[in-house]
Structure formats: structure tokens, C-alpha cells
Write a protein that binds this ligand. Structure first.
Ligand code: C2E
Ligand code: CA
Ligand code: CA
Length: 671
């Protein structure tokens, strides 16, 4: 349809003779949304649009210079007209021949003869506006700030284009737009009290849920003079997201993304208080990985980190949505369980965590086994706050370690005494080391076939006047943690070398084995220190053996290899202690100058039931040409088993416990 033809059609809908319309002094015109042209105008409108004739006006393509925001607004008007019989009033600036003409315009939907919707526009008087008002009106139309004027019930009286774009329908009231009911209540009470409020709230918009910063102020509608609300809104979703992300990160452990200590303290306390119900238990599981330090020391931190991430994932998989899983640092994890009915339910979670972690982890070609020790404490019976709960679960965790690791243990108040006891031990141990009060005992190493003493293992002993005899299993870790192990290690070596020389002087040449902590071995000067002691005392290095741990070999690092080679070149032999308990990889053994394997006591203990592993270790050693020492032989049956397999040496209570040197000398003489 040509505009000229279309122009004739709407006239009929106005139902007034042309002559009358021509006399009306108000500019009136009809805008066709599709053609983006004026398809009919009265005389006053032709003048207002600064046109020569109506045909000249109809020929103008208004779509050509139309800004995007105006186009969008027109589109919305059309949609509103399609749905409703409505009209809008707006200050409008048109630009005939580039000259701004501002007037108030009332827009009304009107059906053309062909059924399409068009817009009847009715201008007020041309406004003699100052440039400021003109600019401010224009700014209102083009700004991204959403501006809405509503009546006191929140229904829109006016929306600027940005506001109109953000709502699905013009009729949507403020209350309906806010996601949270309490936000609307806050607004209402603040308006009543102060007449004004600034609030950041989530609003549903045509772009989905967004955070809007809203300023709402009571005012008067200039048209009706009634009370109204002026609402100014800015979308602050990006800011809010950044804030939420920062907030999230501040509460997270960067490595595992679990809750961090701060969050557990804060949120945990809140949970404890709000979750305190009768007949329900709130438990905190304190999880510490057994011998994680070995992995870190021997395989490096990047492997250690990956182990921690995998452990975190496995624990998270088990925890429920209402449990808090966190990492306190290092290899310490906690799980604050939602209130549970009984201890069995809590234990089931602990068992599931043990099982989940029991599956081997494969990281960078290493098959690793990590086992957890778990301490459990409950609120409110074991503790009155989250701090205390954590501390007591930690104490219970230490008890779990004491009970052989890879298991869980419930807190009991007497354990706090144990923790106190450890502190006491540490203080007394320092003094004992300073005053050289630790003693070295010797346990014979015996030839399996001949029954003769061929060597001895030096074992530390500490007897304190009030504490009594303290097990090395208790105090060696403390020596390691405090760094005293270096000094004590050299004291043991010196004592053992002196003893060996003394026995040699009496005609008994024994091979003496000395235990080496991985921590000592890693000291840069370790090899020099050892050789220095041997040399200064005039001992033969070939008479000594150093017992190292399997984990030391796992690192596969150059420094370890160099040190072992240097010791071997000097003539000292190397034994791997407690073989079979760690990562037991015989392939590693081949890469190092190892002379001897000590089969761990646990395999000897089990010989009656399961001998397969011991059997396998013995046959592998034969292949690799390694000497075997069986540890912890307590019965003649065990000895007979070893004899049948041509194992070379054994130690154990069957022959003798570790004894002071005087007693050892008696054994040698009695032979
Ligand atoms: P280990 O090197 O495996 O030492 C053998 C342990 O088994 C000793 O425990 C010994 O008394 C015990 N034992 C020997 N025969 C039998 C037996 O037939 N049955 C049973 N049930 N046990 C037996 P001990 O003396 O309590 O030492 C524990 C651990 O402390 C040692 O384990 C070793 O790892 C460490 N240790 C001891 N002395 C030193 C030392 O001077 N330096 C370092 N770095 N560690 C040491
Ligand atoms: Ca040993
Ligand atoms: Ca051992």
C-alpha cells in the first residue's frame, strides 16, 4: 500500500469531515509503525512539522534518522496498544528539517481500515522550552537509568524507555517486580517513616533476575497533583556478582575450594546455635591424613596439592548438602555434620570417609594410598563453642593416630589430659636431650641358619623419673617436629660407633644398624656428619648399616641418590626399614644402592594366616640380590618358616629384646 493511498483510509476512522478536522488547531497526525511514516495529518500538524503540504509530509521517511531508543519505544507503544486501549503522554521533540520542536504529545492506539494498529498523535502547544529543559527531557529518554513514576500503589504513571524495557508489561507493579517480599515491606515502612529509601534488591526483569539499586522517593504527580513515587533504578548486577565472588573467595580455601577456617568459625557457630535440638547430635569430624608429610617431602608439593584436592573431592562427595566441609590448612579437613539422631549415624559417615579415601589415588604415575585418622566430638556435650568443638575433635584425632591410624575415634574428656601430657613430654624431652639423658639399647641381629649374633640395631630409650619409660614411637615424632632429631641422631650414631669399637676390641666384630629419620637424612650436611663421626673415632664404615624408610626413596630425587651413593662409596651399607608398610615399590629399590630389606614385623606376625606377601618379598629380594632381615620374630614357628626360605637374619623377642650394652656384652660372652 502506498502512503498516499493509506492516507485516505484513516480519515474515515476519525468519522469527521475533512473540513472540520482542518479547522482544529491542535496538531493531529497518524503514524504508521510499519511504514515509519505519517500517513495522515491535519493542517495544524503540517505546520508543526514545518511541511509545505500534507503530501510532502507523508513522503518523509521518519525511520531514516530514527535513533535506536526511539525505535524501541515505538515498538513498545505498539505492543501496549495491541493489548490495551490506552494512551501515553510525553514531552516529545521532533526535528523537522533538523530544527527541534518540543511539545507534549498524547499517543493513542488506533486501528487502520486494514486492521493494523497505528498511532494517533495529538500535540499540545509548542513549548517555548529553554535549552536546559529540552536537554533534560532528551536525557531522560536516552539514559540507561530506569525512571518510573508510580501512584502510591506502585502502578506506573510514567516510565522512561529504559524503565519500560526492563518490565514485561507496563502494568507490572513495584511489588510484583521485587523478588523478595521483605524488600517491599522495607520500602513501604521507610517511605512511611522517611519518605525516601535507597535499597539494593533483586528484581525480575525482561533480562532475568537482576540486582537493582533503587532510590524511591515520595513526590507529587505534576499532572494530577496526587501523591506519587519517583523510582530511579540502576542495574548493579555486575557489581553484585563481583562482590559475591569476592565474598565467596574470602570464605574459601584457594586450593580445594572448601570452606576455610574463618568461614567454619563463623558459620559453624551459627549452625551449632540454630541447630541445637533435643535428642540430636551435632558432630564435627576432624580428619588428618596419615603420613601426608611423606608424600609432600618425597614427591614434592605439586603432587601433595593434587592429593589434597582429590581428598577434598572425595570427602565432599560423601557429605550431605547441609554439612559444612572445610580445610583448616595442611592436611587437616573438617566436616560439621547436620544434626543426626545417634552416634551410629555419625560413625557411618566416618566409615564412609575412610572407605572413600582407601581407594588408591593415581597421580602423575604414582599410585598413592592415603588413609585418614578421624577424631569426632559432639555439641553440646563435648563443647560449648565451635572453637572448643574443633579443638576436641583434633584431640580425638590424635588419639585415632595413636590407635594405629586409618580409623576414627570419639572424644573423651580424658584425652584433653593426653594433649596436656604431650606438652609436658615435649618440655621434659628437651631437657633430657640437653642433658644427654637418652640411652641407646641394642637388639641382636641373628643369623637365621646358625643362630649366631652377627649384628645389632641401636634403639633409643628414654626413661624419665616421673613419666617412666616413654616409647620411641611417642618421642621420635616430637624430636622430628622440634628439630632436635639432628642432635639426637648424631648422639645415637656416636654412641653406637663407640660401642661397636669397644666390642670389636674384645674380639666381637658386629655390624651395627642405626635408624635414620628422613628428616635427618634430608639435611644437606648429613653424609659429611656421618662420615665425620666414623672418621674421628677411627671406625670402619663397612661395619655399619643405616636403616632408612621406604618413603625416602619415593622422592626419586637427585639429592637422595647422591647421598646414598656417597655413603655406599664410603663402604656403609643401606637397609630399608619396615619394608612392606609404605608404598612398597621394588622397582624403586633397583635404582638405589640398597643392600638390605627389613621385612616389617606385621608380616612376620601374620605368617600363620597370610604368608604370601612375606613369601613374595623374600623371592624378590633374592632376585635383586638383597639381604633380608626379618623383624619381630617371637615364636619358633616363625623362625622355622624363615629357615625354610633361607632368609639371612632375624631380630625379635624370641632371641632377645633390645637391651642395655652391658647385657648385650653378657650375651656375646655367653655365646
Ligand atoms: P623400628 O626401627 O622398626 O624398630 C624395631 C622396633 O620393634 C623396636 O621398637 C623394637 O623394640 C621392636 N621389636 C623388636 N623385636 C620385637 C618383637 O619380637 N616383638 C615386638 N612386638 N616388637 C619388637 P622401639 O624400640 O619401640 O622403636 C620404635 C621405633 O622408633 C623404631 O622402629 C624406629 O623407627 C624408631 N627409633 C628407635 N630408635 C631410633 C633412633 O635412634 N633414631 C630414629 N630415627 N628412630 C628410632
Ligand atoms: Ca629400625
Ligand atoms: Ca623396623
Amino acid at each position: 500500500m502506498k502512503p498516499q493511498e493509506a492516507a485516505r483510509t484513516p480519515m474515515t476512522c476519525l468519522d469527521l469531515p475533512d473540513a472540520v478536522l482542518g479547522k482544529i488547531r491542535t496538531p493531529l497526525w497518524i503514524f504508521d509503525f510499519d511504514l515509519k511514516r505519517i500517513v495522515w495529518a491535519n493542517r495544524a500538524a503540517v505546520v508543526m512539522w514545518r511541511a509545505e503540504t500534507s503530501d510532502e509530509l507523508y513522503a518523509r521517511d521518519l525511520g531514516r534518522d530514527m535513533s535506536a531508543s526511539v525505535a524501541l519505544r515505538l515498538k513498545q507503544y505498539r505492543e501496549d496498544f495491541l493489548r490495551l486501549d490506552t494512551s501515553f503522554s510525553e514531552y516529545w521533540t521532533v526535528y523537522p528539517h533538523g530544527e527541534p520542536v518540543s511539545t507534549r504529545v498524547v499517543f493513542t492506539g488506533i486501528r487502520l481500515a486494514d486492521g493494523r494498529i497505528a498511532m494517533l498523535c495529538e500535540a499540545g502547544e509548542e513549548l517555548e522550552e529553554t535549552p536546559e529543559t529540552r536537554r533534560s527531557t532528551d536525557a531522560l529518554l536516552h539514559t540507561s537509568v530506569m525512571i518510573t513514576l508510580t501512584d502510591m500503589g506502585g502502578s506506573a504513571l510514567y516510565r522512561n524507555p529504559a524503565s519500560r524495557t526492563s518490565v514485561p508489561t507496563n502494568e507490572q507493579r513495584l511489588e510484583q517486580r521485587l523478588l523478595r517480599r521483605q524488600d517491599y515491606r522495607r520500602i513501604q515502612s521507610a517511605l512511611e517513616r522517611d519518605g525516601e529509601i535507597r535499597i539494593v534488591a533483586e528484581a525480575s526483569t525482561t533480562r532475568g533476575t537482576c540486582w537493582h539499586e533503587m532510590t524511591i522517593r515520595k513526590c507529587r504527580d505534576t499532572v494530577t497533583g496526587l501523591e506519587a513515587l519517583l523510582i530511579t533504578e540502576v542495574d548493579v548486577s555486575d557489581l553484585k556478582d563481583a562482590e559475591r565472588r569476592a565474598n565467596y573467595l574470602a570464605h574459601r580455601d584457594p586450593l580445594t575450594r572448601l570452606a576455610n577456617r574463618g568461614f567454619i568459625q563463623q558459620e559453624g557457630q551459627r549452625r551449632l546455635e540454630s541447630g541445637a535440638e533435643e535428642n540430636r547430635l551435632q558432630a564435627l569430624l576432624f580428619i588428618d591424613l596419615d603420613r601426608f608429610k611423606n608424600i609432600n617431602d618425597s614427591l614434592g608439593h605439586s603432587v601433595g596439592d593434587r592429593v589434597l584436592v582429590e581428598v577434598a573431592n572425595r570427602i565432599s562427595d560423601i557429605a550431605g548438602p547441609n554439612d559444612i566441609v572445610g580445610r583448616l590448612g595442611g592436611d587437616e579437613f573438617v566436616v560439621l555434620l547436620h544434626p543426626l539422631a545417634d552416634r551410629e549415624a555419625i560413625e557411618r559417615v566416618a566409615i564412609r570417609i575412610c572407605d572413600a579415601l582407601a581407594r588408591p589415588l593415581s597421580i602423575e604415575h604414582h599410585e598413592l594410598l592415603v588413609t585418614p585418622s578421624i577424631g569426632i566430638a559432639t555439641y553440646p556435650d563435648n563443647a560449648g563453642s565451635i572453637e572448643e568443638l574443633t579443638k576436641n575433635a583434633d584431640i580425638a584425632m590424635y588419639a585415632a593416630k595413636g590407635f594405629g591410624r586409618n580409623g576414627y575415634y570419639w572424644y573423651s574428656p580424658s584425652m584433653a589430659d593426653d594433649a596436656q601430657r604431650r606438652m609436658t613430654i615435649e618440655i621434659k624431652l628437651r631437657r633430657a636431650v640437653e642433658q644427654n639423658e637418652l640411652q641407646v639399647y641394642y637388639q641382636p641381629r641373628v643369623d637365621v641358619q646358625t643362630g649366631r649374633i652377627v649384628g645389632a640395631e641401636a634403639l633409643l630409650r628414654w626413661t624419665h623419673e616421673t613419666l617412666g619409660s616413654v616409647s620411641p614411637a611417642t618421642f621420635i615424632p616430637i624430636l622430628e617436629e622440634t628439630g632436635l632429631i639432628r642432635k639426637v641422631g648424631m648422639q645415637v650414631l656416636t654412641a653406637a660407633v663407640r660401642q661397636q669399637l669397644a666390642w670389636k676390641g674384645r674380639g666381637h666384630t658386629l655390624n651395627l644398624a642405626i635408624n635414620v629419620s628422613s628428616l635427618e637424612f634430608r639435611l644437606p650436611r648429613y653424609v659429611d656428619d656421618v662420615l665425620g663421626v666414623l672418621q674421628s673415632l677411627g671406625a670402619n664404615p663397612a661395619d655399619f648399616e643405616l636403616e632408612i624408610t621406604e618413603s625416602l626413596l619415593l622422592s626419586n630425587d637427585e639429592a637422595t641418590r647422591q647421598k646414598l651413593n656417597a655413603l655406599k662409596d664410603a663402604g656403609i651399607s643401606i637397609a630399608v626399614d619396615d619394608f612392606g608398610t609404605g608404598y612398597s615399590n621394588l622397582a624403586y629399590m633397583q635404582q638405589y644402592p640398597i643392600n638390605c630389606l627389613k621385612i616389617d614385623r606385621s608380616f612376620i606376625m601374620e605368617l600363620d594366616h597370610h604368608s604370601a606377601i612375606a613369601e613374595m618379598i623374600i623371592s624378590m629380594c633374592r632376585l635383586l640380590n638383597l639381604r633380608i632381615v626379618a623383624e619381630g620374630v617371637e615364636t619358633p614357628e616363625q623362625l622355622a618358616w624363615l629357615q625354610a626360605r633361607q632368609c639371612q637374619e632375624y631380630q625379635g623377642f624370641l632371641f632377645s629384646r633390645p637391651v642395655p650394652p652391658e647385657d648385650f656384652a653378657l650375651m656375646l660372652e655367653a655365646r
